[in-house]
Design a protein around this ligand. Sequence first.
Ligand code: GLA
Ligand code: ZN
Length: 676
Amino acid sequence: MKLLGVNKMLFGGDYNPEQWPEEVWDEDMKLFEEAHVDVVTLDVSSWAALQPSDDVYNFEKLDRIMKMVTDHGLKVVMATPTAAEPAWMAKKYPETLKTEAGGTRRHFGGRQNMCPNSPILRKFYAAMAGKLAQRYKDYDNLVAWHVSNEYCGYCYCDTCTKKFREWLKVRYKSLDAVNKAWNTSFWGHTYYDFDEIVLPDLLSEEFHFGGEEWQVKSNFQGMSIDYRRFMSESFLECFDIEKAAIKKYMPDTPVTTNFMGGFEQFDYKEWAKHVDFVAWDNYPKFGSPESDTSFWHDLMRGIGGGESFSLIEQTPGVSNWHPYCALKRPGVMRLWSYQAVAHGADTVMFFQMRRSIGACEKSHSALIDHAGTDETRVFREMKELGAELVKLGDATLGAVAKAKAAIVFDFENWWATELSAGPSVDLNYLDEIHTWYKGFSDLHIPVDIIGTADDMSQYKVVLAPMLYMSEEGFASKLEAFVKAGGNFVTSYFSGIADRNDRIYLGGYPAPWRDILGIWVEESDALVPGSSNSFVYEGKRHECSIVCDLMHLEGAKALAVYESDFYKGMPVVTGNKSGDGEAYYVGTRSDRKFYVDFLGEICAKNGITKLADAPDCVEVTERSNEKGSFVFALNNSDEEQKVVLPYAVRDLLSDKTHDSTVEITIGAKDVLIGKKI
Ligand code: GLA
Ligand code: ZN
């Protein structure tokens, strides 16, 4: 990512001076300077203040804020305030409000409470973005635009219904094609007119599985997936409208919006083609594995084509919206900031700069807490990090990671696997992906996250765990990859359906049968309390979730089930083809299995680990024209030892470490070593 006039990792974040009396602003400026803050994201929540009615705009206060932050040498990421519609607008144009899946039109309130297809709103979006850009275009310190805020939430209103029908006409040309794609002859749901099509909501084809609100399933997955594609595109159009309005006045200033990492509703891979750089908000749950967060960082880097990205929000200390708002322990804010940098971030930004005095985020931490001073733990930790980022300067800016292994992650596949009932309620795409990712992480082997359409030729190993849905051409791509020497690994519930969630006939995974040299006849869900196991390379491993019952058709069994009526049937297979090999793992196994299995494939293919280090130390590498940088992050509460394959200079301590020596990294500490 390239931001004009920026020669270090930007440090700062969401700043809402308009929510405070002006006397406080001077104090903010002093404290920002003390903490080495050099960027503020302005204007995220001020639509009502900037536009009191249809044609009246009032930028006078924002002018003063811009002048003040500019006078204090701060860079600005200018947000457009369009995430929260003003109350007058909702009252005057109630059709702009979102309709829920249960058919209820929402009232004014909250954020992202708007219909993405409302023509009135789209007009207002363009007007606001354009006016802001026109007004502030001459500020050299305005380094990027941040459109709206965390787009989310589908709409099921009449406008969206009509647009969906139009969208279908464009996509499928004929109603016959729609009927075929959705397999509507099932249950006699054949359509004879586009106007018969209603959105797949909770009053039509979708339902809460087992009464659980978090589990939305569909009677017609093809339809529900199309609706999700349509919604993702509808919101993306809103982004594009604002982006175009900005570019009219500031063609060279990058425009983005803040993604949410593990957020399911939109296809961020598609969105990433529209933003000038990827930016995301990282709020891990307390206690969630560090490798889950690393995965999201790698995904954000991956959707941006491997380029560096922006960590545009994280909390300095505590979030207000988790069930248990545990504090970030001392050192963790710094550690997680560097974790982002280790995976490709070029900015370290936060929500928020000053903690609000009222409303739902009054309990959300900030650089400046309710105490209002520099005497808090959070302020001190932020200030120390701010100073370190000054010291690091531009060293790592734009650095990329060079991985020889990749994991395929597919948003549509995420939707598809969630929308179908069976074979097990424990089947979970993210869990499966995280499990494999963790294997690489424990091995200290870097991975890229790619999509099915991406080039695979630069990788020696490509994994596609639980890739239930894929396009037809993917099978031939896999074949070419393996024949040319690549190693492909997939798991149960893969290669089963096309992009409309129609099953590929002829024995699962039909299109991948040749390349895998197996076919799967049945899948047995392991009910709680039941188990199975297998021995791989002399070690016993557990099975969980499902056990695929498969037959060999050229592949070699690398492990077989140890019990039940399918005892002796293969569970792990390998099939040599051309210069490569394709592997299938027909169950979910234990952590040790993934480390052993992936470790062996990587070793056979000359993929080496980045360091000798315990699991709790995460290791990554990034390189740019200035050199290669190794990051070693000690997630544990004890000191750990690491041996690197090359000598480095620690950019934070300036110490030099030889390649043969054990380097000690303190609890929650980090080493950023430049290769020498
Ligand atoms: C999101 C939003 C912010 C703020 C934070 C609180 O990331 O973008 O405006 O609400 O959550 O954690
Ligand atoms: Zn709508």
